[in-house]
Each structure stands twice: as structure tokens, then as C-alpha cells.
Write a protein of this length. Structure first.
Ligand code: SAM
Ligand code: SF4
Length: 477
């Protein structure tokens, strides 16, 4: 199937019957698990069939083997680095009626807003003051926030400063559009374009999306084809877990990744794995149709990690602190921190710090599981010896799309990402951290550098870290 025919034929790469059969296979034997995990350790990814078998694991001993391999692969490719970002909601008006979302058109009780450029500027300054450098900008789908408005919002966000720094990467999560729209986003210097399929099951999709432009399954399924045709190098896919059988959804994500790899020679940059959370005005969000237990969630993260080793996995603050900390080990590479899902919340909170939490959450898309601020998240990451990273080096050096994958494939990602991550971490510690976080963070950086056995890298890092100490900023390889 050529690219041109894909636009309205989303089911081409999702064969519902095939995925249904694969998601009901019998569990693999112990020797089958060993063979699949050995194949996974070659770091070339797994087939759909192998992935389907791993998803069937129920036996605790086999599950431990899977988790162990996921951890090994994560450490081999990414080291102990976690990229941090904040979502920036600029509008919650929406013409769609997604049954799971607080922003759905029929939720008349929600306080609605589309931020002005001045308000967006204030939001970004508040995020910068917390120490953020990377944002994910999103909004509902409404005639009140057309592409012109969104492009202006990107410019506003990139040009804001808190006097010390500015935002270095804006990723975008907005409704699907035509190829020419993506060309405009590309010209605005966005990073990754993200869009979740929600559910890969076309029958369920229809039920959950009764009206509005989003009701078209095929148009959404082919959005990344149009994004890549429009010149976007990095795309992020995702499924909203809880809407369908999680095994089916993971296989759908895999098929999507294979499809992009086949047509464009480059798979998705990231996979997001949101779980359905309670949302005001959404009946199904409090009676999750296909609940995913914490155990199954851990398993599916590990399966994605071993099956798509070079694809970043994003975990948001929908999840609790405890589950997030555990999942870092099994494959998560990017997390949001200090998030709010109601437009205008960051600057509002800095002004009204003592407000009751109900008021702070008015107009939210869904409720959050992790309420820590950025400093608290970073402090906890330091305790686990993770390097919190705000790095944007690859993207700004042009190591994106195919080039990023070529770099990632031999496992070189660590050589750039670890030092660059440590540089941004040190900037954060010196410019924004609390005293306690700063002290233990600086000690962790010293420890990491001292333990390096590559002499040249150690010298290079020591030199840059001392330049940062002297006030230099934004250094990356
Ligand atoms: N409106 C655009 C769209 O739907 O693609 C932009 C993204 S929307 C603001 C962000 C994502 O939030 C959705 O794709 C959906 O997966 C997720 N979401 C919606 N309701 C949710 C809920 N109750 N719990 C968790 N995630 C939810
Ligand atoms: Fe609108 Fe997106 Fe929410 Fe659907 S998920 S109601 S499209 S904001």
C-alpha cells in the first residue's frame, strides 16, 4: 500500500480479527519466554507474535524474568537518565464528545477558557521559574483555538523568559490535521508531534467517540502519516489504557510502530501509556470499562520496553508517586512533573498559593495521581540515583527522526544523553533547586563522574560542569 492511499484507510494496518486472536493466545512456556527474552537482548525489537506471547505471561517467576530483561535493556540504552517536562494546557474548549474526558462538549459544568497570548506568556514564565525547559503544549479541538492561534502560542512560549532561561523544546499534542498544517508546525520549530489513538479497536473507538471530528477512526489512525509527510521528524503515539483490552492496545501500538517504520523508515520517537483517570462529567471514567491493574500495567511497560527498545516511553502525573517510581526501572524514559491540566493553573497558583485544592483544579481534564512539585520529584529521583534531564541536545543538533534512530541503535544514546542530561541537571540545581535538593544533587553528579571509566568523557564532562559552575549555560554535545 503506497503512502498516498493511506489517508482514509486506517484499518489497513490494524487487522482487528488478527489482533483479537493474538491477544487471546495461551501463555508461553518457560523455554519460550527464555527464547523471546534472548531475542529481545539483541536490541533489535520483537515481532508481533513474540510481543503477544509476552503479554500472556501470568506466572510470577516468568514475570520476574520479563521485568529483569526490561530493566537490563533500559539501563543498556538509556542509563539512569529520565527526561522531565511539563504539560501546558492552553485551552479546554472542545467540539468533541470523547466519553472519557472532562473537556467533552457535553460537560456543561466545566469552566472553559482559551488562554490569551499574555496568559500563555505568564504560564510559561511560571514554568520557567520552577526550572522547566521542555513543555508539551495541548488543548481541546475548537474553532476558538485554530492552527493560527496555536502557532502564535508556540512563538509566545519560545520567546518568554524568566530572566535566566527560556523554553528549549515545545512538543505538541493537538487534534489531527492535514499535511500542510504539519508543515506549519514544523516551521514553528516544534519537537515531537504527539497524538493518542485512544483505542486501536475500531468498534470500541466508535462507541467512545460519538460525535465531532474525532469520531473518524481512520483519520486519527493515519495522522502520523500526514505528520511525517508534512516534515515532522519525531512523532509520539499512545493508547488510553482502560478503554479496551490492554493486550489488544499494546499490539495496536506495535502495528502502528511497524507501519511507520515500513513506510517512513523510522518508527515513533515515543509511546505514551496514559491510564484512564476519573474526570468530572465523564461517567465512564469512574467505571473504567477495561481496568488495568498495577501488575498488568507494570507488565505492559516491560513488554513495550523489550519490544521497542529505542522508543522513549512517557509516563504522566496521572499515575501515583509509588507506581511511577517503580516503573522507572522497567522502561520509562520521560516523565511529566509538577503538572496541571487546567488552562492558566501555573500562574494562578503562584499568585493564590493558599487556595483550597478544589479551586486549584477547577477546569481540569482529569485528576492527577502525583501532586509533587518539580523540586520534590527531582529530590526523589536523586534518592534513586537517577539523573533528571532537561536535555534538548539531540533535537537542537539535528539528531532527530532517522538520525536519532541511527544514533540510538548502536546504544550510543548514553554517550550523548548522560552528559547532556547531567549538564542540564546541574543548571537546574544551581538556578532553581531548594538548598537540600541542590546539595544532594551536586553530590550525585560528582559520584557519577567519578565512577566513569572512559577517561576522555570524564575529562570532557568535568570541564563543562566547571564552566556551568562559573555561570555558563546551555552547553550540549
Ligand atoms: N484534544 C486533543 C486530542 O484529543 O488528541 C489533545 C489531547 S487531549 C487534551 C490529551 C489526552 O488526554 C487525550 O488524547 C486522552 O488520551 C487523554 N485523556 C482524556 N481524558 C482522560 C482521562 N479521563 N484520564 C486520562 N487521560 C485522559
Ligand atoms: Fe476534546 Fe481531546 Fe478531550 Fe476528546 S480527549 S474531549 S478531543 S480534549
Amino acid at each position: 500500500m503506497g503512502k498516498k492511499n493511506l489517508k482514509n484507510s486506517g484499518e489497513v494496518f490494524i487487522d482487528r480479527d488478527k489482533l483479537f486472536d493474538l491477544s487471546h493466545k495461551s501463555p508461553p512456556s518457560s523455554s519460550e519466554v527464555d527464547a523471546i527474552l534472548n531475542r529481545a537482548l539483541r536490541l533489535k525489537g520483537l515481532s508481533l507474535e513474540d510481543t503477544a506471547l509476552l503479554l500472556q505471561i501470568e506466572d510470577p517467576a516468568e514475570l520476574q524474568k520479563l521485568l529483569h530483561t526490561a530493566r537490563e535493556i533500559k539501563e543498556l540504552i538509556y542509563g539512569k537518565r529520565l527526561v522531565l517536562f511539563a504539560p501546558l494546557y492552553i485551552g479546554n474548549k472542545c467540539s468533541n464528545n470523547c466519553l472519557y474526558c472532562g473537556f467533552r462538549r457535553d460537560n456543561k459544568a466545566l469552566a472553559r477558557a482559551v488562554l490569551t497570548q499574555e496568559q500563555i506568556h505568564s504560564e510559561v514564565v511560571s514554568l520557567l521559574k520552577e526550572g522547566h525547559k521542555r513543555v508539551l503544549m495541548l488543548c481541546g479541538e475548537s474553532v476558538e483555538n485554530p492552527l493560527d492561534y496555536f502557532v502564535e502560542a508556540i512563538d509566545t512560549a519560545y520567546s518568554a523568559s524568566d530572566g535566566k532561561s527560556s523554553i528549549r523544546r515545545i512538543n505538541v499534542e493537538i487534534a489531527p490535521m492535514e499535511t500542510k498544517g504539519f508543515a506549519r508546525l514544523k516551521a514553528s520549530k516544534i519537537g515531537t508531534y504527539i497524538c493518542f489513538q485512544e483505542t486501536y479497536d475500531p468498534v470500541l473507538y466508535k462507541e467512545y467517540h460519538p460525535s465531532g471530528p474525532k469520531a473518524d477512526y481512520a483519520y486519527r489512525l493515519t495522522v502520523m502519516d500526514r505528520a511525517m509527510e508534512g516534515g515532522i521528524d519525531d512523532v509520539g503515539i499512545g493508547a488510553l489504557f482502560g478503554l479496551g483490552d490492554y493486550k489488544f492496545e499494546v499490539l495496536g501500538l506495535m502495528e502502528h510502530a511497524f507501519h511507520l517504520e515500513k513506510v517512513f523508515g523510522c518508527g515513533p520517537h515515543t509511546v505514551s501509556i496514559p491510564r484512564l483517570m476519573p474526570a468530572e462529567g465523564s461517567a465512564i471514567s469512574s467505571h473504567v470499562p477495561y481496568p488495568v491493574s498495577d501488575e498488568d500495567f507494570k507488565k505492559l511497560v516491560a513488554v513495550i520496553r523489550v519490544a521497542l527498545p529505542y522508543t522513549g516511553i512517557i509516563l504522566s502525573t496521572r499515575e501515583s508517586e509509588a507506581i511511577r517510581t517503580e516503573l522507572f526501572h522497567y522502561g520509562i524514559s520521560q516523565i511529566s512533573a509538577g503538572s496541571r491540566t487546567n488552562p492558566g493553573a501555573y500562574s494562578h497558583e503562584q499568585v493564590h498559593q493558599n487556595e483550597h485544592s478544589d479551586q486549584k483544579e477547577a477546569g481540569s481534564q482529569f485528576s492527577l495521581g502525583d501532586h509533587r512539585n518539580l523540586d520534590e520529584v527531582i529530590s526523589d529521583l536523586i534518592d534513586e540515583e537517577y539523573i533528571p534531564s532537561f536535555c534538548t541536545g539531540c533535537y537542537r543538533k539535528g539528531r532527530v527522526g532517522h538520525d536519532f534512530m541511527d544514533l540510538a541503535k548502536p546504544g550510543l544514546i548514553k554517550e550523548f544523553c548522560m552528559p547532556n542530561g547531567a549538564f542540564t541537571f546541574k543548571e537546574y540545581l544551581l538556578d532553581y533547586a531548594s538548598q537540600a535538593t541542590r546539595e544532594k544533587g551536586l553530590k550525585l553528579i560528582d559520584k557519577i563522574v567519578n565512577e566513569l571509566d572512559q577517561k576522555a568523557l570524564k575529562e570532557k564532562m568535568t570541564k563543562v560542569l566547571s564552566e556551568i559552575e562559573k555561570g555558563k549555560r546551555d552547553i550540549y554535545f
